[in-house]
Design a protein around this ligand. Structure first.
Ligand SMILES: Nc1nc2c(ncn2[C@@H]2O[C@H](COP(=O)(O)OP(=O)(O)OP(=O)(O)O)[C@@H](O)[C@H]2O)c(=O)[nH]1
Length: 426
């Protein structure tokens, strides 16, 4: 880390997990460090900021306590976050910055905002930025992303279908928890005082499978050694974005061994399309012990677009992930073959790159049984020769998808590892 930049720790975690408690604990134990704090709250009144002011040396009038209220810094307040931080750094000298996100914030976009500033594609430059040209990266360097998890509420949240509105987006608590676990350097398993040892072991095993890279620390009342969350130098955007268990599993598939609490994973692959009705039935009645599934699939009758499945806790989302290269004009295909030689190796003479690849993570799963169910949801030999358009298909259709005439439509890039997901709820 260079001398000039101010290191930043970002605290994320579900509502009530203990972020403010961790923050106050930190402020009260590292009194030698001049810490500035930015607290984000969804409501109009920044309750967390009040509580930080109440329980630490920082007062609410203090310019070291910045409040961003009435929105979320992972979405609509990204520009405000960048402005606030640039102004803070210009106005004051301090050693360290801690950002407490709202309980509904996803850590990845917050980290992206801090590491890329306004250069994020969909973020309009603010007036302040247009005038000054000051980039947040001129002053700050993201040091550690911390996710605080409520051990007591863990399984309830995980299995919850309850959803929250975040701006215009609806998020359900279970999948938000998974996202927060999947993107962090340090994971604080808080409220351990309320949970027995056996449950803690179970949670830890699940967390380790979802997020193999993070350091997991058990805490009570947010009491953690400041060294573990401040100035750790652990943050690495590339590593953090690739660290989710499902991603590693897709990159290097291996049938994971049965652990004590039976959290295992496997990758299902097929070069046959799924039957739309049978696969939809299977997803509707998906085994509840599958806690995470991610990947892309080929649906019979959808020759243009690969779809993605995203299972987190009790929520199942289907989303478009991109066009099959096989659906592109020949000149474009040639470009892909050049860029990705492995594409040609796995090319099917009739169906090209179409196929399905899903990672499934769960507790006490019967791999053989689930594999067989997935297999049964793909087309039979007879169906392979039938007309696929007559199958009942209740999967959502997507704009710019298989109905689109121009295969180069925006948002429908061919499938590769970097394919963006479009978060459309089912
Ligand atoms: N028993 C117990 N209670 C805790 C622990 N940590 C925090 N709490 C309590 O849990 C409640 C929520 O803690 P906060 O620190 O406000 O949680 P938060 O993540 O900042 O909450 P939001 O800002 O609403 O998202 C408070 O009443 C805390 O006192 C813990 O380890 N054990």
């Amino acid at each position: 880390m260079s001398q000039e930049t101010i290191p930043v720790t970002v605290l994320s975690g579900n509502l009530g997990a203990g972020k403010t408690t961790v923050l106050n604990n930190l402020l009260n134990t590292r009194t030698d460090l001049d810490v500035a704090v930015l607290v984000n709250d969804m409501g109009e009144v920044n309750v967390d900021a009040e509580r930080v002011a109440e329980h630490s040396d920082i007062s609410e009038d203090d310019e070291e306590l910045i409040e961003l209220s009435n929105g979320c810094i992972c979405c609509e307040l990204r520009g405000d976050l960048l402005d606030a931080l640039a102004k803070l750094a210009q106005a004051r000298e301090f050693d360290y910055l801690v950002i407490e996100s709202t309980g509904v914030a996803e850590p990845l976009p917050v980290a992206q905002t801090l590491t890329m500033g306004f250069d994020q594609g969909d973020l309009d430059p603010t007036e302040f930025y247009e005038e000054t040209g000051i980039e947040v990266m001129d002053y700050y360097e993201l040091d550690t992303t911390v996710t605080v998890v409520d051990a007591h509420q863990f399984w309830t949240t995980f299995d919850s279908k309850e959803s929250l509105m975040d701006g215009d987006t609806e998020k359900d608590l279970g999948s938000l928890l998974v996202e927060q676990i999947e993107f962090c350097d340090v994971l604080l398993l808080n409220k351990c005082d309320l949970v027995d040892e056996e449950t803690l072991d179970e949670i830890e095993e699940m967390v380790e499978v979802l997020q193999p890279r993070a350091e997991i620390i058990r805490t009570e009342h947010g009491a953690v050694d400041p060294e573990a969350i401040v100035d750790t130098g652990r943050f690495d955007f590339e590593a953090a974005s690739q660290s989710a268990g499902w991603m590693q599993e897709l990159q290097e598939p291996h049938e994971s061994a049965e652990e004590e609490h039976g959290v295992t994973s496997f990758v299902f692959e097929s070069r046959r399309p799924f039957h739309p009705e049978r696969f939809a039935d299977l997803l509707d009645d998906f085994p509840t012990n599958v806690v995470r599934s991610k990947g892309h699939f080929w649906l019979a009758g959808r020759p243009e677009m690969g779809l993605g499945v995203d299972v987190a806790g009790q929520s199942i989302r289907i989303e478009p992930v991109g066009r099959w290269v096989a659906a592109l004009p020949e000149e474009e295909q040639a470009q892909y073959f050049e860029a990705y030689p492995e594409l040609e190796e796995n090319w099917h003479p009739t169906y090209g790159d179409r196929g399905s690849r899903l990672v499934i993570i769960g507790a006490d799963m019967d791999h053989d049984e689930l594999r067989a169910e997935l297999e049964t949801a793909t087309l039979t030999d007879k169906e392979m020769d039938a007309d696929w358009d007559v199958f009942e298909d209740r999967f959502p259709t997507f704009e710019g998808g298989e109905d689109a005439e121009d295969p180069t439509d925006e948002g429908t890039q061919p499938i590769d590892d970097s394919a963006e997901e479009v978060g459309l709820a089912d």
